[in-house]
Design a protein around this ligand. Structure first.
Ligand code: GLV
Ligand code: MN
Ligand code: MN
Length: 412
């Protein structure tokens, strides 16, 4: 018997239905931002399911949550799997949550098939992957990996001024668990399951994406400062209108990032204008840049030019640019990539190799040991949208591949 034989499509689907109620939105999506009461409810729910199966549940100092199935050799470095339970403000039901629930389903399938593994297997719900409430995203895995310092991340504030450390304390009060000190980076292998969030698997009729790597990404904030003035009296030629400058800056950046091959990903996702009064010339604009590319050289060249382009196009206003994150492209371990492909083949599942356009916690895990990912299709590739949809059979297929990969790795 293989663990995959005991993956239960109905149970896995029902768990998604149950989790989607936590932060559920009228249009069918979820708003379960990091360390919110809804996120705490999801942590409580996962903890309750884990306790019912006798799995150990604990957290670490940044708030990553672990569900661990014991191994025969408890001190052997564990096999890790997982993803995230936080969502975008108008997010879908599967982004992140699928990787946590697929990992949990794999643990349950191992229990149900009576398979004991040499190594422990832990499902990790990495905290704050989305980075919509607290920046930067993929924070839990990055702090775990030593890429961002714990103390400065606990001091990060959301738009209401709340410190992440205080939101974490409230979350732990609402969803208590044992918290270990420090970060244990010993692991044998890591595999993260995720919906593709793009259209390729569906278009190719493939059940499984064998993920070869993740494109690199950079985030910036830009602040344009001008001078507030009366909209009725101030001649245009003497204004320092921060909004007009910001529009010119964004247009110049779009020209700078133009790529006839359409490989460059350039997004201004937040654009805030102050004071936001109809009859006051805007004095300040704050906006974000999300820039991604698979090639480290292109990231360095185009990313390195952002500050110059901003300064040259801000007109009479002053502009400051801050780079918030710079994550290099990830290449997954060929052995893990091969294992995912082999297990998909053994299960008779159509599969294809593909890179990931989206960022994932796996990019902060991969520098520390063998890592890889499994993608399953989602409808029209739509994600970061309440309409995000996936089929129960596809979710189960990915969980089957994951269960067989984890079993093999945990017996090495
Ligand atoms: C993750 O959600 C990303 O922005 O790629
Ligand atoms: Mn995700
Ligand atoms: Mn996401």
């Amino acid at each position: 018997m293989r663990a995959s034989d005991r993956v239960d499509e109905g149970r896995l689907w029902q768990r998604h239905v149950d989790m989607a109620k936590l932060g559920g939105l009228p249009k069918g999506g979820v708003n379960r931002q990091a360390l919110s009461p809804e996120d705490a409810a999801a942590r409580r729910q996962l903890g309750a399911w884990a306790a019912a199966r006798g799995f150990d549940v604990y957290g670490d100092p940044i708030g990553n949550l672990y569900v661990r199935r014991a191994g025969i050799q408890e001190d052997a470095p564990p096999v890790l799997t997982g993803s995230h339970m936080d969502s975008q403000p108008t997010g879908g039901k599967y982004d992140g949550m699928y990787g946590v629930l697929a990992g949990f389903e794999a643990l349950e399938a191992l229990e149900d098939s009576g398979i004991r593994t040499k190594r422990p297997i832990a499902v990790v719900a990495w905290v704050n992957e989305e980075g919509s409430r607290f920046q930067p995203g993929a924070m839990g895995s990055a702090v775990w990996g030593g890429d961002y310092p714990l103390d400065s991340m606990l001091a990060v504030t959301d738009r209401s001024g709340k410190r992440l450390g205080d939101a974490l304390a409230e979350t732990l009060a609402a969803a208590p668990c044992r918290v270990v000190s420090g970060f244990d980076r010993r692991f044998h292998a890591y595999i993260e399951a995720h919906i593709e969030q793009g259209p390729r698997l569906e278009a190719e009729g493939c059940a499984i994406g064998v993920v070869t790597g993740i494109q690199g990404s950079q985030r910036y904030t830009v602040d344009i400062s001008g001078e507030e003035a009366h909209a009725g009296t101030t001649p245009l030629r003497v204004r320092k209108d921060a909004l007009r400058s910001a529009i010119s800056v964004v247009e110049a950046l779009q020209r700078h990032m133009h790529d006839p091959e359409d490989v460059v990903r350039f997004t201004v996702g937040r654009f805030e204008c102050r004071p936001g009064s109809p009859n006051t010339v805007p004095g300040h604009v704050h906006f974000t840049i999300d820039f991604r590319h698979p090639d480290a050289g292109v990231l360095a060249r185009l990313g390195g030019g952002i500050e110059r382009v901003v300064a040259a196009s801000a007109g009479p206003c002053t502009a400051t640019v801050a780079r918030i994150t710079d994550v290099a492209p990830t290449v997954f371990d060929p052995r893990i990539v091969g294992l995912v492909r082999a297990k998909a083949e053994a299960l008779g599942l159509a599969n294809m190799d593909m890179p990931s356009g989206a960022g994932h916690d796996a990019m902060h895990v991969a520098p520390h040991g063998p890592a890889g990912m499994i993608f399953v299709p989602c409808e029209r590739g739509i994600s970061h949208n309440e309409a995000e949809a996936a089929r129960p059979g596809d979710l189960a297929a990915g969980a089957r591949v994951l269960a067989d990969c984890l079993t093999e790795l945990a017996n090495e």
